[in-house]
Design a protein around this ligand. Structure first.
Ligand code: AMP
Length: 469
């Protein structure tokens, strides 16, 4: 199907063509006509499938048909979990609306609110915001929702994981009931469905997750290793496989800083990316990582959430995340749009229960590779695919629920279910890598905020097009 058949007008088609998009992705051809028809939507689609354009393009179409904006009013509100994602989504809005007289603004905390307030005074057509800062602005009467036409909850599962449910509910209470509502989430687990129930009336449900063209081709493998050998192992793999561009996920910001200095001692240059670094530094690091000036980025999972890089060849899970859906998100940073990617994970004793949950969710065991000199002192068992961890901490309970839920929409799931306890050593040959790790959500929460206004729209900020690779 061509973009021109979707019911979008010329200024939008022109912008899309200028970006080099040739055909709509699966989520776009399914979602755009439904949104244009005015229906509410809940969609299972993750970053990398083209989901942003699937809601932004029809919203632009809708808003461009009338000009009713008043001071401090917004017509479309897109809520997203992190400042990085907010910035990224707003950048797309600006690119797609390049030939339309519509305005947009990215709003997030951690920065002075003055500029945001100023930008809101004239009203904006499309506001992309993190929940916390938006509520602040609402409380200060800097923004009103009485003219709101469309609400989007983007990466709803991440927002819930990050504990934004209260803020979201408060925001929902303030929105007009007669609005169009759209929800996007990598997984439609029970929590997300519960949110959808309160936020979205009679939605059409859309999923692209089982479509082949949306399924990233990611080669996953892991190495069992004792915790104190992880940094030496990483150094060896980086050197052996000449890993030039990788996102390495680690659990804590202290861990990130330590790992960077351990790599440095072995002659490897890497940068730490976490909430302890200033916004300006993070933005610079992100830009440098995108251009390849920074090759190896050691990031905490929360900080890395909004990182959107086409052509990222490798993700490394220096620590295995929990809940299992974090693993899916992390490895989704690579292998986008049909490109092949690689996800390498380190498995130490402490990570074993996380691995069980991850493999249960995937529905298959991840290939293991033995690296000479790094075998753990005690052999690591093969995990059990129907593993259901006991909830020890209250915090874990919701993630465990998720692990139990047989989510057939999992983009990476397949039905290869090997029998449980047989050891299945496999030895794929690793090539390139990249990483991620994440857990310290609470530590990094609340950092969402920081401004980024975008009234003047960027003009020629063309990006690499992953679908054309
Ligand atoms: P998203 O899943 O929205 O984060 O999009 C991932 C990447 O795909 C972004 O860099 C978009 O610019 C790009 N993209 C979105 N739709 C298309 C399309 N139809 N053709 C080519 N690239 C696209």
């Amino acid at each position: 199907m061509a973009f021109s058949k979707l019911g979008l007008s010329d200024p939008i088609l022109k912008a899309v063509t200028e970006l080099g998009y040739q055909t709509p992705t699966s989520i776009q051809s399914k979602t755009i006509p439904v949104v244009l028809s005015g229906r509410n939507v809940i969609a299972a689609a993750q970053t990398g499938t083209g989901k942003t354009a699937s809601f932004v393009l029809p919203i632009l179409e809708k808003l461009s048909q009338a000009q009713t904006q008043r001071k401090k009013r917004v017509r479309a509100l897109i809520l997203a979990p992190t400042r990085e994602l907010v910035v990224q989504v707003e950048r797309n809005v600006a690119l797609y609306s390049k030939h339309l007289p519509l305005t947009s603004l990215a709003m997030y905390g951690g920065v002075d609110a003055k500029a945001q307030k100023q930008a809101l005074i004239e009203g904006v057509d499309i506001l992309v915001a993190t929940p916390g800062r938006l509520l602040d602005m609402y409380t200060q009467r800097a923004v009103h929702f009485d003219e709101l036409e469309v609400l989007v909850l983007d990466e709803a599962d991440r927002m819930l994981d990050m504990g934004f449910i209260e803020d979201i509910n408060k925001i929902l209470e303030k929105l007009p009931e007669a609005r169009q509502s759209l929800l996007f989430s990598a997984t439609l687990n029970n929590q997300v469905r519960a949110l959808a129930k309160t936020a979205i009336v009679k939605p059409v449900e859309i999923s692209v997750i089982s479509d082949n063209d949306a399924k990233p081709k990611i080669k996953q493998w892991l190495v069992a290793v004792d915790k104190d050998k992880k940094s030496a192992l990483l150094s060896q793999l980086i050197q052996e496989h000449n890993w030039q561009h990788a996102l390495i996920f680690i659990e804590t910001k202290q861990g990130a800083a330590k790992l960077v200095s351990q790599l440095e001692k072995r002659g490897i240059v890497a940068e730490a990316f976490h909430s302890g670094r200033s916004q300006a530094i993070r933005e610079q690091l992100l830009a440098d990582f995108k251009t390849g000036k920074v090759g190896l980025l050691v990031a905490t999972g929360v900080a890395a959430r909004g990182i959107d890089i086409d052509d990222l060849p490798l993700v490394v899970n220096y620590d295995l995340p929990f809940p299992a859906s974090d693993y899916i998100h992390r490895i989704g940073r690579t292998g986008r749009a049909g490109a092949t990617g690689e996800a390498v994970s380190f498995l130490s004793k402490d990570d074993f229960k996380n691995l069980c949950a991850i493999e249960s969710k995937l529905g298959h065991i991840i290939d293991r590779v033995e690296v000479e000199g790094f075998a753990p002192k005690k052999p690591m068992p093969v995990s059990i695919l129907n593993y259901v961890p006991k909830a020890k901490k209250q915090n874990d309970a919701k993630a465990i629920k998720e692990a139990k839920a047989s989510d057939s929409r999992d983009p990476y799931a397949n039905s290869k279910v090997p029998s449980t306890t047989t050891k299945k050593p496999r030895t794929p040959k690793p090539k390139i890598g990249q990483l991620t790790l994440n857990k310290g959500k609470s530590a990094e929460r609340g950092k969402e905020s920081a401004v980024r206004s975008s009234k003047p729209k960027p003009s020629t900020d063309n990006k690499v097009n992953p679908w054309n690779n």
